[in-house]
Design a protein around this ligand. Structure first.
Ligand code: 13P
Length: 342
């Protein structure tokens, strides 16, 4: 393990108050989002959509890295330029989602475990040769009646730590993503309790597996009430609960925390990230940034709809969200920004 290089890359991924763009939807997930908008679910449509994203002008002013799915890591523009080169030329590091998705955890009804450790060492070596600089693994924790169980939290945290150690062995910075889902009717306080438990277990396991904390990033959920929870919640309450949970659980050695959006609206995700940075940045040991997928891409995908004639307008919508989230990393976002065009 080259600790110095890992630390350099991890810091570079959150420098300049920029974030990451997650465009690593698996083929089934990407197809599901395409189907909802009437876009053909073909490899070429996925390639064209990802080309639209990676060739968006000035991408590198707002993000330091882009997380790709394996299919995308190997794809090229219609002119034959590898996406990894397009991104690197724009100053954006290519990363790769390396987990193989979730499956039911035996003996734990309603809970899942993320798969993909078997053969991972060899796959990671191949991804490095293809130009990846960092990786991502997502674990899914479902809150509900009597869940999450200790068994589910522990098994997922253990897998995340094993993945992270393998990444660091080959020089890839691991992004550790334990996602507490926002489906369900849990309150903000219940989400806070579950997220705290999950993050504490994840860092215990990272320590056990000798993961270098300075050479990784955490990608957590914000602490939020479930989508079906009827209690009103303010932006300030979410930001306070999230920051307090992270301060209790994430060691100061970690260089950055990059949130997933998890199904929040694009505007709320920006407003909540902004509030955390505007009010707490000076007290925080780590950078707080974004690694959103839906909260950046959804408006652009809805404009594109598979029509090449809509590419420029879709890129404009993508840049708009990136600009809002870059402002949120600086604590300078406000709702008026939503009315400005890029
Ligand atoms: P969302 O921002 O859409 O939650 O996606 C983030 C992600 O990378 C999920 O693994």
């Amino acid at each position: 393990m080259n600790a110095r290089a890992l630390i350099h890359t991890a810091r570079a991924l959150v420098k300049g108050e920029k974030g990451l763009l997650a465009l690593d939807e698996s083929t089934p997930t990407c197809n599901r989002r395409f189907a909802a908008l009437g876009i053909p679910q073909t490899e070429d449509a996925r390639r064209a959509y990802r080309e639209l994203i990676v060739t968006t002008p000035t991408l590198g002013e707002y993000i330091n890295g882009a997380i790709l799915y394996e299919e995308t890591l190997r794809q090229m523009t219609h002119e034959g330029v590898p996406f990894t080169k397009v991104l690197s030329d724009a100053g954006v590091m290519p990363g790769i989602k390396v987990d193989m998705g979730t499956t039911e955890l035996a003996g734990h009804p309603g809970e899942t475990i993320t798969e993909g450790l078997d053969g991972l060492r060899g796959r990671l070596q191949a991804y490095v040769k293809l130009g990846a600089r960092f990786a991502k693994w997502r674990a899914v924790i479902t809150p509900g009646a009597n869940i999450p169980s200790h068994g589910c939290i522990h098994s997922n945290a253990h897998a995340l730590a094993r993945y992270a150690a393998l990444c660091q062995e080959v020089g890839l910075v691991p992004i550790i993503e334990p996602e507490v889902l926002m489906d369900g009717d849990q309150t903000l306080q219940q989400c806070a309790a579950v997220t705290q438990d999950v993050l504490r277990t994840v860092f215990e396991q990272l320590h056990t597996q000798r993961v270098l904390l300075e050479g990784m990033l955490l990608k957590p959920n914000m602490v939020l009430p479930g989508l079906a929870c009827t209690a009103p919640t303010t932006v300030g309450e979410v930001s306070e609960a999230t920051v307090s949970c992270l301060l209790r659980t994430v060691p100061a050695a970690v260089p950055g925390i990059v949130f997933l959006s998890g199904g929040q609206t694009a505007e709320l995700a920006s407003a909540r990230l902004n509030d955390m940075n505007a009010r707490f940045k000076l007290q925080l040991p780590w950078a707080l940034a974004f690694s959103f997928a839906r909260a950046i891409q959804q408006p652009a995908m809805e404009i594109w709809k598979g029509n090449p004639g809509n590419t420029a307008a879709a890129q404009k919508a993508l840049l708009h969200r990136l600009r809002c989230n870059h402002a949120a990393c600086r604590g300078e976002y406000n709702a008026d920004l939503e009315w400005l065009t890029v």
